[in-house]
Design a protein around this ligand. Structure first.
Ligand SMILES: Nc1nc2c(c(=O)[nH]1)N(C=O)[C@@H](CNc1ccc(C(=O)N[C@@H](CCC(=O)O)C(=O)O)cc1)CN2
Ligand SMILES: Nc1nc2c(ncn2[C@@H]2O[C@H](COP(=O)(O)OP(=O)(O)OP(=O)(O)O)[C@@H](O)[C@H]2O)c(=O)[nH]1
Ligand SMILES: [Mg+2]
Length: 444
């Protein structure tokens, strides 16, 4: 996506594909109202209508054919979502109507908008910062109440506010250090050095602690069920889902290919992944399934390791690829078949029965705790890896500054401020911005 072409007028269908009561074609840019006037016939012309009005009329083709009747909303720069002149054509929401209305707008000189281009224009006009644009994306994609709340909080500027409070503390120390470099005899008082930096460090650490929850809530989480054949993986998947999705038999090696199913768990959109039981095998097909299971475990956000409680414990013949990663809490150990007499005991394993449902609430709670932790729901969370990465770099610079002499600390604090400004998007490279907007759909 380039910044050139901001003089263009862009158009797109803003509503979801498929049939709906109403559909919207949005046109934004200097020619928006002119284009609308040529394709919308009502009592008043859009280009002679004051901002904030809507008109009723007919949408017409080049040859004068009536495509549909509908409404035209008129926005005038800078008072619109994009900050530009905007016309919204609200029609009956069928794919056929919307396709004709959009192509008429394109015929009249609009260019098809790229993904996220309306919101990009709002960002470039300074109407949204980058965390707010990311929040818009979260709102558009929100499938759970937690994701919606975080989207709304982010759009209100709450995340930027959190980041800016941290930046203020850093700026205060930086100013004191710079004054000291000019007037060395004064010395930096502790209330301008250790206190604000200590606070910035703990606030930033708390903010970073929300990143896992923020990403789980907005992007969803993948949960792999891993274990030996017959451990009860498919049965547990079915029990968590509440319906028979996966084949269960007493034969070891029933599941060969992996299988995914979605559910909402504590406000997180979760994809459960059932996998082939892990064992050494001469069967080529099964061996491929075992390899796949290990890859799925590696890429999962959380791994449920299942072991049959009614059978003698046997270590998995293959070590889990994530063992020893710093990312703790990625494994939950589950002792299955808790309704049968158990032949081993391990206080670290959760006892669950897919048959009676015993232990399922505790398992759900363990998953929730592993994915969300305890971040305050009222506060804005980091919701993207981009944000978390910037926050991590800022934290590292602040921590370095706390141990360094003043002249070197000043440099670290400048770098920390850069990273925080990247987080909000106040100081950010064009390719980073492009990467953010690439994730949007067309029409947003
Ligand atoms: N039909 C429709 N619904 C929508 C949007 C839209 O663009 N069109 N939105 C977006 O996709 C969201 C709302 N966001 C918007 C944000 C600002 C303005 C706007 O025109 N602001 C002007 C005027 C404010 C006022 O009259 O008080 C401004 O800020 O100056 C419009 C929508 C959600 N619903
Ligand atoms: N009593 C009891 N039996 C269970 C439970 N869970 C699974 N089983 C039985 O254990 C056997 C294997 O269950 P599956 O769910 O197919 O095991 P799996 O881990 O998916 O096995 P593979 O697909 O072969 O790797 C079946 O006979 C299930 O009925 C449980 O909680 N209690
Ligand atoms: Mg199975």
């Amino acid at each position: 996506m380039t910044r050139s072409g901001l003089d263009d007028t862009i158009a797109a269908i803003a509503t979801a594909p498929g049939s709906a009561g109403v559909g919207i074609v949005r046109i934004s840019g200097p020619a928006a109202l002119d284009i609308a006037t040529q394709m919308f016939l009502g009592k008043r012309r859009p280009d002679r209508t004051p901002a904030g009005r809507f008109l009723f009329g007919q949408l017409v083709s080049a040859g004068g054919e009536v495509l549909d009747e509908g409404l035209c909303l008129v926005f005038r720069a800078p008072h619109s979502y994009t900050g530009e002149d905007v016309a919204e054509l609200q029609t009956h929401g069928s794919p056929a109507v919307l396709a004709r209305v959009l192509s008429r707008a394109l015929e009249l000189g609009a260019r098809a908008a790229r993904p996220g281009e309306f919101t990009l224009r709002a960002y470039l006009a300074g109407r949204l910062d980058l965390t707010q644009a990311e929040a818009v994306l979260n709102l558009v994609n929100a499938s759970t109440e937690t994701a919606r709340r975080q989207g709304a909080l982010g759009l209100s500027g709450a995340l930027t506010g959190r980041v800016e409070r941290i930046a203020q503390g850093v700026t205060r120390t930086l100013a004191a250090i710079q004054a000291l470099l000019d007037y060395p005899e004064e010395g930096v008082p502790e209330e301008d050095r250790d206190l604000p930096l200590g606070e910035a460090e703990s606030d930033l650490t708390a903010l970073l602690d929300t990143a896992r929850a923020g990403q789980a809530a907005t992007r969803g989480a993948r949960l792999a069920l891993i274990g030996k054949p017959n451990a009860g993986k498919s049965s547990l998947l079915n029990a968590l889902l509440g319906y028979e999705r996966s084949i269960v038999t007493p034969i070891a090696g029933t599941t060969r290919d992996y299988l995914e199913a979605g559910l909402e768990l504590a406000g997180i959109p979760v994809t459960l992944v059932d996998t082939a039981g892990i064992r050494e095998t001469a069967d080529t097909i099964e061996a491929a399934g075992v390899q796949q299971a290990l890859n799925l475990a590696e890429n999962a956000d959380l791994i449920l390791v299942l072991e049959d409680g009614s059978a003698a414990p046997e270590p998995l013949p293959l070590s889990l690829p994530n063992a020893g990663l710093p990312n703790t809490g990625r494994v939950i150990r589950v002792q299955t078949k808790a309704d049968l007499p158990s032949v081993w005991h391990d206080p670290d394993a959760l006892q669950v029965s897919a048959v009676t449902g015993a232990g399922l609430p505790e398992l759900r709670e363990a998953v929730r705790a592993a994915l969300l932790g305890q971040p305050s729901r009222a506060e804005a969370w980091l919701t993207t890896e981009r944000q978390a990465d910037a926050a991590r770099r800022a934290l590292a610079h602040i921590q370095a500054a706390r141990t360094l002499p003043d002249d070197l600390a000043g440099y670290e604090l400048e770098e920390a401020l850069h990273a925080l400004a990247e987080l909000t998007g106040r100081d950010v490279q064009e390719d980073v911005v492009d990467a953010v907007f690439r994730n949007f759909c067309v029409g947003k």
